[in-house]
Design a protein around this ligand. Structure first.
Ligand code: PLP
Length: 398
């Protein structure tokens, strides 16, 4: 018997973090590992945002903050949602949290009872499943077809809904696939949601700005379901602010109030200085994000060209985010020079780490056991070198 709770014993360690740990072990031995396992922009937070944080410290923004975030930040978020997403919200609809991660966790914990079903579009972001488990809900994963860029269709969604379905969760642009739902696809999903007024949807739009096809559509824009949608976004990806820990959700007042209550007992309002920095980020608009997106697009193209030269890697073209997510199942059953059999994507990821010294993540962590996720948020020359090494290592397989 463990002195730890069943809750923590049932929880999986984040696979992305586990892989990063292994990569660091090799690096400590002096090996030149190219780490493509992280979901983190390799850019520094823009200068004007860092300056705002320094000013905030000296102005005395050093105390506890209101639980749902400073009022002027929530107003600036409401203004952003209106300006860029055509969504009308008031500050009381907004809860600022310690990253989008906490916004998602607050919503899941506020909505899910034991036994409630949560439909999670797969491949999904690693933490969704664990959050649902923590809330004692049941995850129903719905895998999109590779031929449809892994996007779940409205018909597939409708077929998965049961009387116990309480919530739907997805990200678009998607981590790990980079897929982006079009307006037509979301309209069809919205129609299904409208026919099921007891269901809520957590629309994770954290990669909104990192979009190579141009149009970001928020599910909440479909007016008939706006009250059923909880929109999650934040500053980590678009403004390269992962360490600052600021994210938010927008929802109808009852849900926002519930999330505020949850947050009040667990963490309180997020960091004062980081909130001032986030306010400055929004006031600066999208210019800095647009510059980073140009780099992400160039790297997507660069990596895609190389991946297409690798026999057996099947990958859709990512429309957003900064990942490439090939299906590598063609390599299952092959043998390494040391005589080990590649049984699954985890074995292949480990082989690539040991042989090519490139760290990536087993797709099983995202509900896609045939795939491996490579981050493309690294310098061009690192990416180029990584896929040269990967190709050479795969050629050694028997
Ligand atoms: N949602 C998705 C799809 C993500 O990939 C991430 C970060 O990796 C998050 C949410 C969490 O973002 P934050 O750093 O704001 O907590």
């Amino acid at each position: 018997p463990s002195f730890l709770s069943d809750r923590i014993n049932a929880m999986q360690e984040s696979q992305t973090i586990a892989m990063a740990k292994k990569a660091r072990e090799l690096m400590a031995k002096g090996i030149d590992v190219i780490n493509l396992s992280f979901g983190e922009p390799d850019f520094e937070t823009p200068q004007y945002i860092r300056e705002a944080a320094k000013v905030a410290m000296d102005q005395g923004f050093t105390k506890y903050t209101p639980v749902p975030g400073y009022l002027d930040l929530r107003q600036a978020i409401a203004d952003k949602l209106l300006r860029e997403n055509q969504l009308a919200y008031k500050p009381e609809n907004i809860v600022v949290s310690t990253g989008a991660k906490q916004a998602l966790a607050n919503a899941v914990m506020s909505l899910i009872n034991a036994g409630d079903e949560v439909i999670v579009f797969a491949p999904y972001w690693v933490s969704y499943e664990e959050m649902v488990r923590l809330a004692e809900g049941t995850t129903v994963t719905l895998m999109g077809a590779l031929e449809n860029d892994y996007k779940v269709t409205a018909a597939e969604l409708e077929a998965a809904i049961t009387p116990r379905t309480k919530l739907i969760m997805y990200s678009s642009p998607c981590n790990p696939t980079g897929s982006v739902f079009s307006r037509e696809e979301l309209a069809a999903i919205a129609a299904v949601v409208a026919r099921n007024p007891q269901i809520h949807v957590l629309a994770d739009e954290i990669y909104e700005y990192i979009n190579f096809v141009g149009e970001h559509v928020s599910l909440a824009q479909f007016a008939e379901i706006k009250d059923q949608v909880i929109t999650v976004n934040g500053f980590s990806k678009g403004y390269a602010m992962t360490g600052w820990r600021v994210g938010y959700l927008a929802a109808r007042p009852e849900i926002a109030a519930a999330c505020e209550k949850m947050q009040s007992q667990i963490t309180s309002g997020t960091c004062s200085v980081a909130q001032r920095a986030a306010l400055a980020a929004l006031q600066g608009g999208r210019t800095s994000a647009d510059e980073m997106v140009a780099a992400y697009r160039r790297r997507r193209d660069l990596v895609l060209a190389q991946v297409q030269q690798i026999p057996g890697f099947k990958t859709p073209t990512p429309s957003g985010a900064f990942y490439i997510f090939p299906d590598v199942s063609a390599y299952f059953g092959r043998r390494t020079p040391a005589g080990e059999t590649i049984g699954n994507a985890g074995d292949l990821a480990l082989y690539l780490l040991n042989e090519a010294h490139v760290a990536a993540v087993d797709g099983a962590a995202f509900g896609a056991p045939n795939c491996i996720r490579f981050s493309t948020a690294a310098a061009d020359e690192k990416l180029r070198e990584a896929f040269v090494r990967i190709k050479a290592s795969l050629e050694k397989l028997g």
